[in-house]
Write a protein that binds this ligand. Structure first.
Ligand code: GLN
Length: 491
């Protein structure tokens, strides 16, 4: 038997669809009728889908584009005309966007079929997908563990083979961290490269749409289809996006920074081992290791939770029971309509963020908290700039731990926040980051490393990820990865 369709890369599927050997309907059904049918029941990656919408998507799909017939799941905070968009919040229950997010429209133009919406932490606030009003997404590698978050549904669906690629959003790590926990690639691009138009805002100066895939080349394929200026997003960069077509050209002569001070304490040994194995793979491919030092991530977490909550408190003011979503019954006056609609509609973590952010922005505390956090943010930007003067990209952990147990951190917000200690800095600085899967532990849990680059460093990050993919321990890659067999140019 040849490799089943659901294990194939997006590039392979698109090539077959363009050649007329596979239809978009077959490509879409491969996930749903293959592993999807039994995995989804346990994992719960998808919150909105419907057979008719999938079928009309497949019927309408272009069989010419770079993503011809490729099924894609998108996070439930990206607007879609054919499925509800709820951010997994009661406040938006049943809401249908009247337009597609720009990234969704670009997927469709490239020939992709949107097959549904992925589970997430409510309004993307969380690191485990346990704060979804629809219940958690479980880790396909171990159902007693979390998928990571907040884009846990998108990561898990790619991992178990429902779709070859998916979109999430990353404000402080929400693409890279679940990618690490689920054993797939997760790219957070440079701020301003992928449009935020139609992405429901959380922390607008930090939010970026990101890409999940099982192959470095598929990340490049989707990035190339999505990146580029969008006049509907005022923070979208007007100049052309970097060309990632050289993702398979190797890393000979590139220098990678090795900030070992970051993992001197408190990082799981299996993840330190993953770093060593990745560094060895890069060195075998001709890259050079350069020791560097970086500011510790704890300070980034502190600054982030002031900036992100401040922006969230302002962005979420629009959910007032008047304009959108949930409206409390029998409110006596306008004020009680606001209070009751918001109290009933928002879950506990979102309410905590709104309180924190409102406090940080209040007249008496603005300078002490918000302003100081902005100054810390500037220091992190400068720290990365100093590091990138010495190297082309950085190799560091994505997370300090392996996927944790469902329920383990849900009542301890600070422990949950610290699971982003290695990812948040990239959002503060606006630089790109890519989580790369690097095998599984003896217990069968995925391990990962993170690559960070300077602004527009995506081509270098993808070259490095590919070098790790081919020079690393491919036999130990997660079970749905069939890297070489899946890649069209290698057949
Ligand atoms: N876990 C972080 C938070 O809860 C980041 C979330 C995200 O990137 N959307 O804010």
């Amino acid at each position: 038997m040849s490799t089943p369709l659901f294990k194939r890369s997006a590039a392979w599927i698109a090539a077959q669809v363009r050649a007329g050997a596979v239809t978009p309907t077959e490509a879409v059904d491969a996930g749903w009728d293959g592993p999807g049918a039994h995995w989804e029941h346990d994992v719960h990656a998808v919150v909105h889908t419907d057979r008719e919408a999938r079928q009309s998507g497949a019927d309408a799909a272009s069989t010419k584009g770079p993503l011809a017939g490729v099924p894609v799941l998108v996070k439930d905070n990206l607007c879609t005309v054919d499925y509800p968009t709820t951010c997994c919040s009661r406040v938006l229950a049943g809401w249908h966007a009247p337009y597609d997010a720009t990234v969704v429209a670009r997927l469709r133009e490239a020939g992709a079929v949107i097959v549904g919406k992925a589970n997430m932490d409510e309004f993307a606030m969380g690191s485990s997908t346990e704060f979804s009003c629809y219940g958690p997404t479980r880790n396909p590698w171990d159902l007693s563990r979390v998928s990571g978050g907040s884009s846990g549904g998108a990561a898990a669906a790619v991992a178990y083979g429902l779709v070859p690629v998916a979109l999430g959003s990353d404000t402080g790590g929400s693409v890279r961290q679940p990618a690490a926990f689920c054993g797939v690639y997760g790219l957070k691009p440079t701020y301003g490269r992928l449009s935020r138009y139609g992405l429901v805002a959380f922390g607008s100066s930090l939010d970026q749409v990101g890409v999940f895939a099982r192959h470095a080349g598929d990340v490049a394929l989707v990035y190339a289809a999505l990146a580029g200026h969008d006049p509907y997003d005022a923070t979208s960069r007007p100049d052309p996006a970097p060309d990632v077509s050289g993702w398979d050209t190797g890393v000979a002569g590139l220098r990678f920074g090795w900030p070992a001070n970051l993992w001197a304490h408190g990082v799981e040994p299996a993840l330190v081992d993953a770093l060593e194995r990745s560094a060895a793979a890069l060195e075998r491919a001709g890259a050079v290791r350069v020791p560097v030092e970086l500011l510790p991530g704890e300070a980034a977490v502190a600054a982030y939770y002031l900036v992100a909550t401040a922006e969230a408190s302002s962005n979420l003011a629009r959910f007032d029971g008047v304009r959108y979503g949930h409206r409390a019954a029998r409110a006596a006056d306008v004020k009680s309509l606001y209070v009751r609609s918001r109290s009933e509609g928002f879950g506990p973590e979102v309410q905590r963020r709104i309180l924190l952010g409102t406090y940080a922005l209040s007249a008496g505390y603005h300078d002490a908290y918000y302003l100081r956090a902005q100054k810390a943010r500037t220091r992190f930007r400068a720290d990365y700039a100093r590091a990138f003067a010495q190297c082309d990209f950085l190799l560091l952990p994505t997370t300090p731990t392996l996927p944790f147990k469902v329920g383990e951190k849900v009542d301890d917000p600070l422990a949950m926040y610290l699971s982003d200690v290695f990812t948040i800095g990239a959002n503060l600085a606006g630089i790109p980051g890519l989580s790369v899967p690097i095998g599984v532990t003896a217990e069968g849990l995925p391990t990962a490393v993170q690559l960070l680059g300077p602004e527009d460093g995506e081509p270098v990050l993808l070259r490095a990820a590919r070098a790790i993919e081919v020079n690393g321990d491919a036999a130990k890659l997660p079970r749905t990865h069939e890297t070489e067999a899946s890649w069209p140019s290698k057949r």
